[in-house]
Write a protein of this length. Structure first.
Length: 172
């Protein structure tokens, strides 16, 4: 059984998360009604590589759009319309832009689904009484039972030392 500690103040959960990380716990997570950058740092949340992936796919989309326009204009069907030179790039801008946005947004959506391990329709935390307050006014620190140094009694005593409102067990 994993453990979930409930706190009334954001400073308390951040302090408990920092202490848990320093104690050696690595499979932990924090929940709050609003973003707490200190909490994300305290639980060891890694920096996302998502912006680099989205940028790379955006560049790929731009190159694809430009190549499609150039190929159809210069190689596949070379028609001189309006006396423009072959490969007149201003005409390629709308398609290049649209494919940049399309590739980047698809990369973002697909990678987000994979990174969040979706679709996961239910999580054991949702069954813990009072956890719905994580989106209203409470702060939670979750330590998974799969953590290498997790021991039920010692971890419960460790969490109790921070004087939370409650420490609840989370069924697996």
């Amino acid at each position: 059984m994993s453990l979930l500690a409930e706190f009334e103040r954001s400073d308390d959960v951040v302090h408990a998360a920092q202490a848990a990380w320093q104690a050696g716990y690595r499979k932990l997570d924090g929940f709050s009604p609003y973003p707490l950058p200190d909490l994300a740092d305290a639980v060891g949340h890694p920096t996302s590589r998502l912006p680099y992936l989205i940028f790379a796919f955006g560049v790929l989309g731009a190159c694809t759009g430009f190549f499609m326009c150039w190929y159809s204009d210069v190689v596949s069907l070379p028609l001189n319309v309006g006396g423009r030179p072959w490969g007149s790039t201003p005409a390629y801008i709308p398609i290049t832009f649209e494919l940049t946005v399309l590739f980047a947004s698809l990369a973002c959506i697909i990678s987000m689904i994979i990174a969040n391990r979706l679709p996961r329709l239910n999580h054991p935390l949702f069954g813990v009484p009072g956890f719905e307050r994580a989106s209203i006014d409470r702060f939670f620190l979750y330590i998974e039972s799969g953590d290498p140094i997790y021991d039920g009694d010692r971890t419960r005593a460790f969490l109790q030392s921070f004087e939370p409102v409650a420490v609840r067990e989370v069924p697996e």
